[in-house]
Design a binder for this molecule. Sequence first.
Ligand code: GDD
Ligand code: MN
Length: 402
Amino acid sequence: MINSLVTVPSGILQIPSSVLDPLHFSLIVPTYNESGNIEKIIKILTGILDQQFPDNYELIIVDDDSKDLTWQIAYSLMPEYPHLRVMRRTEEQGLSTAVIRGWQAANGDILGVIDGDLQHPPEVLVNLLLGISQGADLSVASRHVEGGGVSDWSLARRILSRGAQMLGLVILPRVIGRVSDPMSGYFMVRRSSIAQKTLNPLGYKILIEVLGRGDIETIAEVGYTFQERQQGESKVTWRQYQEYIFHLLRLRFSTGRLGRIRRKIDFPFGRFVNFALVGLSGVVIDMGILYLLHGVAHLGLTRSAVLAGELAIINNFLWNDLWTFGDISRAQRSPSQIFKRFSKFNIICLMGLIIKVLILNFFFNFFHLNAYLANFLAILIVTVWNFWLNLKLSWRVTQINK
Ligand code: GDD
Ligand code: MN
């Protein structure tokens, strides 16, 4: 077979440091439902790159199995464009991973990305590449430097975009602060700067991941005007904003000084946050049931409290089993295994309750703390205790071969 689709790389998102037959440049075009743009953008990009690097580049379309068959249009153009390659992803989805999967399959020493909807002016490519050839590790097209801008954005959209950037500066100043347009999805980077790094992006903003985890010393910026879309529509929804914030937080806690401290402590913070949230839901249930049984149905206080407590424990167990430790429990799902986990969880929680009362008394009687503050501290300590024991005993990874 002469023409075939590019095999989709799987496993961790890591770019190899070298390839068998290197090329100078690989440009990834991530697409989802861009049938109205794909032919035009391939034509224009090929025109530019044929001049820049004759026979020394590749153009890789990474399409997430678009309903409008973007990948098929690109595929049918391959005979006409010898440097065009097409990847069709059917399992994984999402802009950031599309770009990285494309880079993983790429042969270029320089790896680039451009949107597939012509909102990134193709001619800017030449300036971006110039930045790299002059020594930059990363060359970013920016709306916020000389010569840059947006076309016809409403005030609301400008504020949202700048707000997102400011939030980024607060959460991750040393990454976001390095470029004027950290939201840009139009840039190129040297393979050597990101090879062998385990990338773990979320959502739309792949540049943040490259800046956060890559070895980037010098950066070039090139102004460009973000064009209006002529064909198709944007895929951005509120979900992308939410993912952006989670992405920032994840980078904050896994890179730099905080990341080093965290690795030393070796505490599963992510799981703990889930566990604590589940705990909070348990408090709500406990209070609600107590109110129903004692306040409404006039059952005795102790009896109501015990029932409410137990229902909260069951609630917490179910959410923890499904969510906090879902990855572990999915591999151990026979009824006897579930029952075992539940029994252990129950016992640990009851012990926790006793410890909580002891700690509360200790803080209250010896340190003369305010009763509510003492109670709060006791809850905090017991939550960590509950979490740690359940991690080690209830959701232990037992079925994994050594
Ligand atoms: N493979 C794949 N999978 N491609 C996707 C996906 C996906 O899940 N979602 C979007 N794309 C493609 C689109 O087809 C388009 O080519 C490009 O990614 C950008 O998507 P848009 O939906 O057009 O985003 P935008 O116009 O709001 O652009 C914003 O994000 C860009 C990418 O980070 C702006 O912030 C740009 O500056 C930025 O470059
Ligand atoms: Mn767009």
